[in-house]
Design a protein around this ligand. Structure first.
Ligand code: SME
Length: 165
């Protein structure tokens, strides 16, 4: 008689993010370059979650007053520059807070780089001194694709990758 196949409970979203955080740590071990780190985080996140349609970074441009410029991303063509306070990314940069937007059409001043995006989450990226260096923007073609588990998971990854000296 054949033994029954072992059944395994599906991995929860919080555990998925923690596993990914460990994988990202392992990949980035010893790599100090910030653009290389952003590119790897965007690639690994986009590959992990089917709901992610656009995954990437808008960096604080040190040469401009309160302006973000697009950084490494996976997805369709993104807008190049976003002023602080504009759209979801600009609001998250201004407030230095994670923003979850379940319906982008209901967000005043949302910037539609790709009209297929329906919901999004934006997480501020701070360096070890607490200075804002970028925001991580993830968009989905589904409404209400992101919840508190995504916020906690992404904040954990961002802190581990960019918040340590
Ligand atoms: N949705 C963003 C703009 C960036 S893109 O979607 C890639 C916003 O409103 O900030």
């Amino acid at each position: 008689m054949r033994a029954p196949a072992p059944t395994r409970a599906p991995e929860t979203k919080p555990l998925r993010y923690l596993r990914l955080a460990d994988e990202i740590d392992a990949v980035l071990e010893g790599e100090p370059d910030r653009v290389a780190r952003m590119a790897s985080v965007a690639a690994l996140l986009a590959a992990e979650f089917e709901t992610y349609f656009w995954t990437g970074f808008y960096r604080v441009d040190p040469g401009r007053e309160r302006e973000l410029v697009v950084g490494p991303y996976q997805g369709t063509l993104g807008c190049l520059r976003i002023a602080f306070g504009r759209g979801v990314c600009g609001a998250a940069a201004d407030e230095r807070q994670t923003l979850i937007v379940p319906d982008v059409e209901a967000f005043p001043d949302h910037i539609a780089c790709d009209s297929r995006s329906r919901s999004e989450i934006v997480v501020p990226v701070l360096d070890p001194d607490g200075a804002l260096i970028a925001v991580l923007d993830v968009d989905s073609t589904d409404l209400a694709a992101f919840d508190q588990d995504d916020a906690t998971g992404l904040e954990t990854i961002i802190r581990r990758v960019f918040g340590k000296a």
